[in-house]
Design a protein around this ligand. Sequence first.
Ligand code: TSJ
Length: 638
Amino acid sequence: MEKFEHKYGAEQIQVLEGLEHVRKRPGMYIGSVSVRGLHHCVYEIVDNAVDEALAGYCKNIHVVIEPGNIVCVEDDGRGIPVDIHPKTKISAAETVYTKLNAGGKFGGDSGYKVSGGLHGVGASVVNALSEWTEVTIQRDGGIFQMKFERGKTVEPLTRIGDSKKTGTKVRFLADNTIFESLNYEYEVLEKRFREMAFLTKGLRITIEDRREDEVKKSDFCFEGGLKSFVEFLNKNKESLHKSPIYIEKTDGEVPVEIAIQYTSAYSESIYTFVNNINTIEGGTHLEGFKRALTKVFNDYARSHNILKEKDSNLQGEDIREGITAVVSVKVKEPQFEGQTKTKLGNSNVTGIVQSMVNDALSSFLEENPSVAKTILEKCVSASRAREAARKARELVRRKSALETTTLPGKLADCSSKNAEECEVYIVEGDSAGGSAKQGRDRRFQAILPLWGKMLNVEKARADKIYGNDKLNPVIVAVGAGIGAEFDITKIRYGKVIIMADADVDGAHIRTLLLTFFFRYMRPLIENGNVYLAQPPLYKLSKRGMKDIYCYTDEDMEKNLEEIGRDGVSIQRYKGLGEMNPEQLWDTTMNPESRILIKVTMEDAIKADEIFTILMGDDVAPRREFIEQNAKYVKNLDI
Ligand code: TSJ
């Protein structure tokens, strides 16, 4: 009896209630029950092993997706402690797995806990959301195992054998009554683990997908840490100096690691992390980094007479043109803010990062004058281009002040002037544009048709973009400027909706526009104003029945099963142009019935990455990328 006592004690009942709540409201713990939430569960488990690596006790982590979507994570750390705690009467191992938020106390001792947001919710949450879990620990000369079903202990921790090794292995099957799908996406997990390996110098992470006959496998281990990360990011770009500038230092309790490498591109790619979490909304660490960058390069340019007395300072954006950088900080009690809780709020971090980068970067420039010269030449030409862009813009303004209308001729504007309720559809192709114009509700829906080949944003600077006959109408229609001058309060439409065909060309246009918004109107995406229209792929018609529109293949299968296949004619829409105005309204534009996908920063970052590879100068990787990601490029996953 005594052995099971803890299972019925008051404490244990509370635990069960806690895990019951996780099953009732999974979204509160892991964000969603979509594939995203499913992936989150894997990250949650792997994070525990990475913590052991950060504490200095684990060198290898293996992740395997087994047939049937079982996930197995194994490390070679010390093994979760198995001895019974005298007070709680349960082992640390069992506590980690059954107590909500026990992670804070037991989940490794790197000390840099993740709080806020959805990270660090703990292994118990994953346990509660799994059909079954099996934990195997090797330590103290033994092999110990425990098993759970839907969060409940079915086999308490038991010694099942001897072992001289140490480590922790967790296998689990996510609960298919909770998650929409158990289909892990290998590429998504792979990307995350590659990132984790970059962020934890020397840690080896392998991932293997054994679900199909053809096994996929990746092995990541980077002795160079962030240096390797930046080289990886720049592999399809032309770098301006051989080796990334590297800073690694700890100020008090805040370790900072930064790598920087300039390229001949015009865009700025700065990735920031806090406790290994990608802070896509930036925050105080990014702020400190940018401030230091601006100050150091201006000081250097002044003291070395690259900027003359009469010259004005280089602006931040000039100095960040073509930069690729990764900033990683560890903060003991991080505050995450912003729409997606991925913006660091701790105000002391700004100064810490700033002074560290100030010192390290100014020494670097003094010691590497030729690198300094190359980078500054690029900054100066960026500032000239910015001047030219300003002039081009003023020219446009002056011209438009003289004209009766400031709006692009192709734009069919809406009658409402209340931006909040207004929408602009950016439509690919003239014929689809025509249908959209006729089908829309002109009170609040505007149509901007785009046609022909778009400008390659990768190879253009801001001045070219203002003068570009495809993008300029978009800029003028949105009405809020671009780049550093972009002013979200001036937008003319609350929703900017990209409407493109569901084919490769459509995907191309989508990627291009998203990349453009990401680079030149980022707040528009951050603020959630950019959407993708979802036109149907099929129409099912049957006598005596209203037409049914299907937006995915699964959608069609489901409908066919419902109405039966007999006498049904299936029309596949190849493009928006095939739909008449009324159909376009019914399926894609009517707010009552349409499907709109809100673009997130992550989508935009993905588009930007794809774009860099697709449009970069290097043809070989492009072909390779398209071949490897044919499915991905087609759906664009966005
Ligand atoms: F949490 C978990 F079960 F999800 C999990 C934990 C999953 C995986 C794959 C690994 C781990 C894990 C935990 N690996 N290593 C550890 N280490 C500890 O928990 C540990 C070991 C020793 C000591 C000690 O002070 O001796 C302390 C801790 C926290």
